[in-house]
Design a protein around this ligand. Structure first.
Ligand code: FAD
Length: 279
C-alpha cells in the first residue's frame, strides 16, 4: 500500500504510519522486502533494522557496499579531474585485479572497478586507517613494452607531453602519477622504474563513502535468524527477501538477481506455509 510506512508490530498486527495517523493490519502471513539502507532518499532507509533488533532478531551491521572510497587528492588534482573517468584501468588490491573504469570525485574514487573491490577494501580498512590500491594505468601494454617506449629520447618535451607521445597517456593518468610523493623527481626516474610505477600506481584510500552514496548494503538479517523457508525464527508467518538479508554482490545485475531469487523463493515458501502442507 502506498504511503504506508511499516513501524513494527502491535501484538500480532502490523503497524503502519500514514498521512492520517497510524493504522494496523492483521496479516495471515507477511513477506518483508524493505531493502537495504543505501540511497535512503529513494525509500529504503534501513529503519527496519532497529524494529527487528528490538524483536531479538540477529542483524549484522548495515554497511556500504559497491561504494567509493575517500582519497586525499591534492587541490590541483581535485580541481582538474573531479568527475573525470579513466578507462581502461586495472585496479588491484591484495591479489584481486579488476579491469574496468574508475571515476575521480572531489572526495575520492569510485566507479565499477572500485565497486567490485569494495568488499575486500572495506574489510581491510577495519584494521587499518588507510590501504593502498594499485592502479595499472596502461593495462594493454606489458611492463617491457612500456619500458622500451620510455627509452625513446625525451628531447625538449615536458614530462606530460613525453608520456602523451610515448604512451598515449591521458592528462588524468599523468595527474595520478603526479599525486605520487616522488612527483618532483618522476622526470628523473629510469624507464624501468617509471614503467613499474605506471603498472602499479599506488592510491591511498581512507574510508568507504557513506551508505547514503553506496549502491547497495552489506550486512542485514543473518541467515541463522531464518529457517530454511526464509521465515524468521520466532516469528511464524514472517518471511524475508532481498537486500534485508546478510549478503552482498557486485553490480551488473547480480544484486537484482539475488533480490529476485530470494523473493521468489520466500514467496513460494510463504504460499506453502499459508496452505500449511509442509509445516
Ligand atoms: C543508484 C543505484 C543503482 C543500482 N544499480 C544496480 C545495478 O546496476 N544492478 C543491480 O543488480 N543492482 C543495482 N542496484 C541495487 C538494486 O536496486 C537493489 O539491490 C534492489 O533494488 C534491492 O531490492 P529490494 O527489494 O531488496 O529493496 P528495494 O528495491 O530497496 O525495495 C524496498 C522497498 O521497501 C520500501 N520500504 C523500506 N522501508 C519501508 C518501511 N518501513 N515501510 C514501508 N516500505 C518500506 C522502500 O521504499 C522500497 O520501495 C542499484 C541500487 C541503487 C541505489
Amino acid at each position: 500500500m502506498m504511503g504506508h510506512d511499516w513501524q513494527g508490530w502491535q501484538g500480532d498486527s502490523l503497524i503502519f504510519k500514514t498521512a492520517s495517523g497510524n493504522t494496523t493490519f492483521k496479516a495471515d502471513a507477511t513477506l518483508l522486502a524493505l531493502g537495504g539502507a543505501s540511497w535512503p532518499r529513494l525509500g529504503s532507509d534501513g529503519s527496519w533494522a532497529q524494529i527487528l533488533k528490538a524483536e531479538g532478531i540477529d542483524i549484522s551491521p548495515l554497511e556500504p557496499a559497491n561504494c567509493g572510497f575517500a582519497v586525499e587528492w591534492s587541490d590541483i588534482f581535485r580541481q582538474k579531474f573531479s568527475g573525470h573517468p579513466l578507462k581502461p584501468v586495472i585496479a588491484a588490491f591484495k591479489g584481486t585485479k579488476i579491469k574496468s573504469e574508475i571515476m575521480i570525485t572531489e572526495k575520492g574514487i569510485e566507479g565499477s572497478a572500485i565497486y567490485a573491490l569494495s568488499s575486500v577494501l572495506r574489510q581491510a580498512l577495519r584494521s587499518s586507517d588507510s590501504v593502498f590500491l594499485e592502479l595499472d594505468l596502461k593495462p594493454d601494454l606489458t611492463l617491457d613494452a612500456i619500458e622500451s617506449r620510455l627509452k625513446k629520447p625525451r628531447g625538449r618535451d615536458t614530462f606530460s607531453n613525453f608520456l602523451r607521445k610515448a604512451l598515449n597517456f591521458s592528462p588524468l593518468a599523468t595527474g595520478l602519477l603526479m599525486e605520487h610523493p616522488d612527483r618532483k623527481i618522476l622526470g628523473d626516474y629510469k624507464p624501468a622504474e617509471l614503467a613499474r610505477l605506471i603498472k602499479s600506481c599506488p592510491v591511498r584510500l581512507y574510508e568507504a563513502f557513506s551508505l547514503e552514496r553506496a549502491i547497495s548494503t552489506a550486512g542485514g538479517i543473518r541467515f541463522e535468524s531464518l529457517d530454511q523457508n526464509y521465515m524468521l525464527a520466532g516469528k511464524p508467518g514472517v518471511f524475508i527477501a532481498g537486500e534485508m538479508l546478510d549478503w552482498e554482490a557486485p553490480t551488473g545485475g547480480y544484486l537484482l538477481q539475488a533480490t529476485m531469487s530470494t523473493a521468489v523463493y520466500a514467496a513460494h515458501r510463504m504460499m506453502a506455509w499459508l496452505e500449511s502442507t509442509e509445516f
